[in-house]
Design a protein around this ligand. Structure first.
Ligand code: SAM
Length: 213
């Protein structure tokens, strides 16, 4: 997602501390205290403009949501969406998700969402894919034993790579969908990319993977 540089974005982020956690490292192991209610915690990596986290937070008031996005030009749109007193169960982090273990304690997360992650198609960039095994090691650490990694993508190569990576890591795959929109699931919250790609007629893939057998 390449957007025009917004020189005001850093200040905009700092001026919304009720929506963006400005010191996520200090929250490690204690994220529930950030929310009004203690309830299952979901993390989305690469939140983009925030349509998914906003929709999920409204659809699931019985869960708490955290979205991580490293691009300041994009996260400002997510801030605007969550800037609503009705949404008290979602917060954002403006960071690179590469050091998740420094931001989250062991077993702190119930679900982890990877939505339309950058595919990094060149093999020399494999380590940057969010389903490379070094990321899976981190997910295993911060997720509860029965926690789930839930992935959606339009990119067939990334999907195939991820299924293999999950399997090689010993994860259990469930609910693998090769055409998510073929089944009329009204609870599916579309991301910005999902809408864009599906309007072009591209198939959307989805799967769930867990570290427990
Ligand atoms: N999830 C959104 C959607 O489906 O519309 C955005 C998808 S976009 C292709 C991928 C997003 O992930 C970008 O906004 C990018 O900045 C963010 N991203 C990629 N790697 C990241 C990382 N390591 N930490 C935080 N954000 C990341």
């Amino acid at each position: 997602m390449r957007l025009r540089n917004k020189p005001w974005a850093e200040d905009y982020i700092k001026n919304h501390p009720t929506i963006v956690e400005l010191d996520p490292y200090q929250r490690r192991g204690n994220w529930q205290s950030r929310f009004e209610q203690e309830q299952p915690l979901a993390l989305e990596i690469g939140t983009g403009k925030g349509r998914f986290i906003d929709g999920m937070a409204r659809q699931h008031p019985d869960m708490n949501f955290i979205g991580i996005e490293r691009d300041k030009n994009v996260i400002v749109s997510a801030i605007d969406k969550l800037n609503d007193p009705d949404v008290t169960n979602a917060t954002l982090i403006h960071e690179n998700a590469k050091d998740l273990r420094d931001m989250f304690g062991e077993n702190e997360i119930d679900r982890l969402y990877l939505n339309f992650s950058d595919p990094w198609p060149k093999s020399r960039h494999e380590k940057r894919r969010l389903t490379y095994y070094t990321f899976l090691e981190q997910y295993q650490n911060v997720l509860k034993d029965d926690g789930l990694v839930i992935m959606k993508t339009d990119n067939r190569q990334l999907f195939e790579y991820s299924l293999v990576s999950f399997s090689q890591f010993g994860m259990t795959l469930q609910d693998v969908k090769l055409d998510l929109h073929a089944s009329d699931d009204e609870t599916n919250i579309m991301t910005e990319y999902e809408e864009k790609f599906s309007q072009k007629g591209q198939v959307i893939y989805r799967c769930e993977a867990s570290f427990s057998a």
